[in-house]
Structures are given as C-alpha cells and as structure tokens.
Design a binder for this molecule. Structure first.
Ligand SMILES: [Zn+2]
Length: 105
C-alpha cells in the first residue's frame, strides 16, 4: 500500500485520474501500481499513478495501457480510440504542465 506521503506526491504529479478526458480529481482517485506488486512492482511513487475508481476497476476492459517513463506516466490509447499505438505523457498537474512548457521552449 502507498502511504499518505507517497499518495500526496503522486497527487501533486498527476493532479487526478490520468486517463485523457477523465475529470475525476485526485481526492477521489486511487493509486494504481503500474507494475503490479504481485509481479515485483515496488510501492514507490515512480510505480504509482492516479486512477479514478472506474478506470482502476475496468483497466483491462477499456484497454488503456499505462507505463512510466523516467517518472512521468504515459498512456497508450486503446485501438478504438487511437490506432497509431502512440504513447503520450499524461498529467493534469499544473506544476508538471508548467515544467513541460518551460522544457519545450
Ligand atoms: Zn478516470
């Protein structure tokens, strides 16, 4: 289980459910182990992302894929949403979005 400090760090990074188009705020989200603890995934902020109840429970059904890339969560859309198979970084955190803007300029 993630402790409350880790939860806070992940909430600040992700800002809410990371699935694009989902508006559920961090306070109502659960922490998802990107690599399941059963498969050796550590309970570390770099292995945890915020998902709302729905997206967490139905992850296999809606087929969004999630991975971490150097501490930034990325998602791959299911084929019915985007057939390109492209991974895109996701965050709704104002801090992170500002950082991304600064890095691009
Ligand atoms: Zn969601």
């Amino acid at each position: 289980m993630f402790n409350r400090h880790q939860r806070r760090a992940i909430a600040l990074r992700d800002g809410g459910c990371i699935i694009p188009g989902c508006a559920v705020p961090a306070a109502w989200c659960e922490i998802h182990h990107v690599v399941e603890s059963a498969h050796g995934g550590p309970t570390h902020t770099d292995n945890g992302v915020m998902l709302c109840w729905f997206h967490h429970r139905f992850l296999e059904w809606h087929q969004w894929k999630i991975r971490m890339n150097r501490g930034v969560p990325e998602v791959q859309a299911p084929p019915w949403n985007d057939s390109s198979g492209r991974w895109r970084p996701v965050t709704k955190s104002a801090i992170r979005l500002t950082e991304l803007l600064v890095r691009r300029t």
